[in-house]
Design a binder for this molecule. Structure first.
Ligand SMILES: Cc1cc2nc3c(=O)[nH]c(=O)nc-3n(C[C@H](O)[C@H](O)[C@H](O)COP(=O)(O)OP(=O)(O)OC[C@H]3O[C@@H](n4cnc5c(N)ncnc54)[C@H](O)[C@@H]3O)c2cc1C
Length: 439
């Protein structure tokens, strides 16, 4: 048994780990039988969607070959363990970019499909799954299936945002988007409060990428104060790829190192540095991936790890609920240092269980202080549920079964499509009471 954790590092979880180097080997591992299995990409999910205690974990990092790349049409097919980091190194010099990318490039194609990840351009282009042309899925029984919106369409919908439960994704074929330059044109604007954020978001609809960073210390009338960044790919400039992380956190920060001053320093030096107010041109790397410049930054939270809350609430309730969430956070004083706010659009996702819905999404990190942090997360979840919203499984470690089932009513359809040989700690946690109730 080998211990493995996810990005939040809340638990060191024993697994029987397999690292297949070839697609047929990955399929054979899945079909070998034994304890329930689960695929694991780069473990950039914060909670337990990528964990499977005492079960088998199929780590995909050696399955990272590009199978084909049509440089005229921007269509790339690669093994599911390929990271966005490596993919960009190959496609950017040819004038192509990912249609959708999350806030870190250290994720795999398989992980991006399984969580149907979103980026700063959700309003413009929808989720990652909307740009997947087809994928290859191994099940614990039968042949490898090709899935697409028109071929095995039901299983495709269950697999996009399907939390890795429908089978092992072996390869993914993607439509990329053309770029003329690796540079981005950015404008960063101050926002005095939450209303200012919503106004900025409304007036920035012709910018494909938008995001706001919220000052967690602001209270009262200033709640929601921060800055709003909007960007687009520049028309001129070279097609240069990103470099390697500049710094690394070599070991766990002792608890004492983790305080308001050190985290404010981290935020000031690393996270907020690219967002100086005004218009500027910058490389895609600090724009999309500011946190990637420090390897292992999650160790800054120390041995006890940290939680993330990410929720979305429908637009009708968004201003009120986001305000309440921020006020609650201030009241609990759990010390969130990272708050990101943005709007989702109404582009439908091809995934049955995809997280985004038209509305506003808020993401916050909290150091794990035990019961008090969990209490806060529970209260936040209640506010989100009351507003008809939902929490993001990729970030979650505490959501109750009730909250999950209310937010994702299609979960039974995914359960029906789940490969019986596959299970995750997340799925056990959020479906167990319902399954017991149904029995
Ligand atoms: C700094 C940071 C910023 C982030 N920003 C965003 C963001 O802006 N938007 C967003 O949507 N997410 C964001 N995330 C979350 C991240 O994009 C997702 O958790 C993503 O799924 C992680 O990919 P991974 O390859 O590490 O997968 P893992 O975390 O290892 O696994 C995620 C899920 O994918 C499944 N899986 C992995 N590979 C396969 C496979 N080959 N076949 C079947 N299932 C598989 C796993 O079983 C698991 O259910 C961020 C995470 C970090 C750390």
């Amino acid at each position: 048994m080998q211990t493995v954790s996810s990005w939040g590092r809340l638990r060191q979880v024993p697994h029987e780990v397999a690292r297949p180097a070839f697609l047929d080997e990955a399929r054979a591992v899945l079909q070998a039988g034994g304890a329930p299995a689960l695929c694991y990409g780069k473990g950039r999910s914060y909670g337990d969607v990528c964990l499977n205690e005492n079960g088998r974990l199929i780590v995909t990092d050696l399955l990272d070959r590009i199978i084909s790349f049509d440089r005229e049409r921007g269509v790339l097919r690669a093994e599911a363990g390929l990271t966005f980091e490596r993919l960009l190194r190959v496609v950017v010099p040819h004038g192509w970019f990912l249609a959708v990318t999350p806030g870190t490039k250290f994720v795999t194609l398989g992980g991006a499909v399984a969580n149907d990840v979103h980026g700063k351009n959700h309003e413009a282009v929808g989720t990652f799954g909307a740009h997947v042309l087809s994928l290859g899925l191994a099940r614990s029984f039968g042949e490898v299936l090709t899935l697409s919106p028109t071929q095995n369409a039901e299983l495709f919908a269950a697999t996009v945002g399907g939390l890795g439960l429908t089978g092992a994704i072996l390869w993914v074929e993607l439509q990329l988007v053309p770029i003329r330059s690796a540079m981005m044109e950015i404008e960063t604007l101050a926002t005095a409060d939450l209303d200012a954020f919503f106004r900025r978001a409304q007036e920035s609809r012709d910018w494909p990428y938008t995001v706001a960073w919220v000052d967690c210390l602001a209270k009262g009338a200033a709640t929601g104060r921060g800055f709003f960044a909007r960007g687009r790919h520049a028309e001129t400039g070279e097609l240069t790829v990103h470099g390697n992380p500049r710094l690394s956190v070599p070991f766990d920060a002792p608890g004492a190192l983790l305080n308001a001053h050190t985290m404010a320093l981290f935020n000031g030096a690393i996270l907020y540095r690219p967002w100086a107010l005004g218009a500027k041109t910058m490389h895609y790397d600090p724009f999309f991936y500011p946190l990637d410049s420090i390897a292992h930054w999650n160790r800054l939270y120390g041995k006890r790890g940290f939680f993330q809350h990410q929720s979305v609430v429908p637009m009708a309730h968004a201003p009120d609920t986001i305000r309440k969430l921020l006020e609650l956070t201030a009241e609990f004083r759990e010390g969130s240092f990272l708050m990101v706010l943005k709007l989702f659009g109404d582009k439908p996702s091809p995934g049955l269980m995809s997280f985004p819905m038209a509305g506003a999404t808020l993401a916050l990190d909290f150091p794990n202080k035990g019961e008090s942090t969990r209490r806060l997360l529970g209260r936040m979840a209640e506010l989100v549920m009351t507003a008809g919203g939902r929490l993001y499984p990729a970030k979650d470690a505490t959501m109750s079964g009730d909250a999950f089932r209310a937010g994702y009513p299609a979960w039974r359809q995914l359960e029906a499509q789940r490969d019986p040989a596959i299970m995750s700690d997340f799925w056990r946690r959020v479906t167990a009471p319902a399954a017991a109730g149904a029995a």
